[in-house]
Design a binder for this molecule. Structure first.
Ligand SMILES: [Zn+2]
Length: 82
């Protein structure tokens, strides 16, 4: 398997949706090709980060307002206790 062939199958590699007989060829290529191994690992990590972010990511404006709200409350607490 060549890198171009491997990379053209990257989606399937990430999803592990390739055919069973293809797995051996993919694993053999990753084993001897550090470049493609890095590509797979990096892509998987990026997808994981993206998936995590999707759950906790606020729209910027909402996050700013939330942040401002927290800062205001902190300022109020400081004022009332001192
Ligand atoms: Zn390769």
């Amino acid at each position: 398997m060549k890198c171009t062939e491997f990379l053209s199958m990257l989606d399937e590699v990430i999803d592990e949706s390739f055919a069973a007989e293809t797995r051996e060829r993919i694993e053999r290529h990753i084993h001897k090709c550090g470049h493609c191994e890095v590509v797979v690992n990096t892509t998987k990590q990026t997808i994981q980060i993206f998936q995590c972010h999707e759950i906790v990511e606020f729209p910027t404006s909402l996050r700013d307002r939330l942040h401002q709200n927290i800062m205001d409350r902190c300022a109020q607490v400081k004022r009332s206790t001192s």
